[in-house]
Design a protein around this ligand. Sequence first.
Ligand SMILES: Cc1cc2nc3c(=O)[nH]c(=O)nc-3n(C[C@H](O)[C@H](O)[C@H](O)COP(=O)(O)OP(=O)(O)OC[C@H]3O[C@@H](n4cnc5c(N)ncnc54)[C@H](O)[C@@H]3O)c2cc1C
Length: 539
Amino acid sequence: MERRGFLRASGAAGLGLALPACRGLAHLGIPIHIRQPGLAEGHRLRDAGPLPVPTREIRTGVAILGSGVAGLTAAWRLARDGYDDFLLIDGPEPDGNAAAGRFDSPSGPLPHPRGAHYLPLPSMESRGVRELLFELGVIEAEPFSERPRFSEAALVHAPDERLFFDGAWHEGLLPTEQVNADEAGQHRRFLAEMAALTRRRGSDGRRLFCVPKALSSTDAEWHQLDTLSFRDWLTARAYSAPSLHTWLDYVCRDEYGAGPEHVSAWAGLHYFASRGGHAANAADGTLLTWPEGLAFLARGLRSRVPPARQQPGYALRIDETREGVAILCQNAAGPFLLHARRAICAMPLHVAARVIPHLRDYGFDPARHLPAQAPWLVANFLLDGFPTEPVESPLAWDNVIHGSPGLGWVVSTHQWLRAAKPAHTVFTAYRALADQAPADARQRLLAMRPDELLELAAVDLKQAYGALELWRRTQAVDITVRGHGMAIPGCGSLNDPGLAALQAADGRLLFAHADLSGYSVFEEASWWGERAARLAATR
Ligand SMILES: Cc1cc2nc3c(=O)[nH]c(=O)nc-3n(C[C@H](O)[C@H](O)[C@H](O)COP(=O)(O)OP(=O)(O)OC[C@H]3O[C@@H](n4cnc5c(N)ncnc54)[C@H](O)[C@@H]3O)c2cc1C
């Protein structure tokens, strides 16, 4: 992309005097806060030092180990069903990937996401998610109907998306109007093919692609798409338009943390053909969001779990005993032994592999079955006022630069229903480190200084506004490094026998985490949390 064209279009012409890297930041006095949730605890487990001797013991019926969406959903479901003999152990990061932060700006508190930020309109099959949304007032009427009515405050309002393509901003993220007739034809053919797949059912009568994934058709003909990369599928279907490939590369990195060459064709198609939720009061494809992202939902779940059923701490080791499960935990008060009849392992699988020495007995061999995990950066920029935008294409909720290694930024104050723009705002920039093998990218991230991390995180904002304008407005930056952000649904993940074994586990240990689906979205985490809670409550 032509940076000069960009500056012209964004009204920031003449500001091309880039500051040298980020060296100027300290001198500008911009505080940068780097967070690496779970890193110290995870490395402690990886390095397998001597285990501490517990100084106290706690007993409970069901231990829930991890408080991301899956663990919180399990706790919510148990509490909702009147089962109160359980204990939720938060893990190193309460709310996990659905955590939020907050800037205390001169004009008041500004919440913002540190991970997940949006939810699509839920599919008919996402009953648990619909029940939760109804309970939280996000669905206002007819929660299980084809077209529930959603709260206007949560439906992303216009302008929702814009794309910087060929020197100017355009509505939407696929530049069909801006490319030649052949490329535009391919865009239309692709979208028509995806629409047809959304309606299609397999030989077992189920939808081919469904959220939750577990309810998708198991038709073998379609499952074969798990052996082919999405990129190869596109090539085989004669999709050659560079603009289509660039858009799909963005979509895959945004959804799965890796490009189409690393994602299976089944997963690539699943993204487009699985959801299809509708609303009585919004167009198809409308998203739900909140200033703090999905932390709004995490908070709603947590607030329905009695405080006495929640405990800080994390698991160091899980052993099965004759009576049930013994979990060695650590928190600020010291090590303790938690005895439970059953445990729901709601931690990521790479952590479970360290904490559960006998995980192989469940049919899951970490060396073979652990999904690759994409590292992510989520950077929140507290801004004094809003950068100048072209009159004809105002700032949208989601702002993406075609062909950028970044994934654009969302505006945390977008949903504020006020007559005037706030004096301060937060831009949340996302970046999946998809240009390297995940393990190499993690190593690279570990070695980076704060200014280097900022350089990665600010790539799109700098391109959009120029460094001078960006740093002039930036009052603070909060960067969350998620080294194991999300599972990448690579070839083989759909039919992975290790994941299938953990999905089916029904012994003293139950598993609940989005990793079980081989890819990470709210609805999948919720599905596994619900399932585990229902099983745990039965005996
Ligand atoms: C940057 C980013 C953006 C995302 N954006 C979206 C989005 O917009 N929409 C969407 O639907 N999804 C999004 N996702 C996917 C997101 O991961 C899921 O929506 C969901 O939050 C996953 O929940 P989970 O419970 O499966 O796992 P996690 O969020 O990984 O939670 C795991 C929990 O386990 C705990 N834990 C870790 N170690 C231990 C231990 N030793 N003992 C006990 N507990 C432990 C942690 O503290 C944490 O509470 C995003 C993911 C990332 C990384």
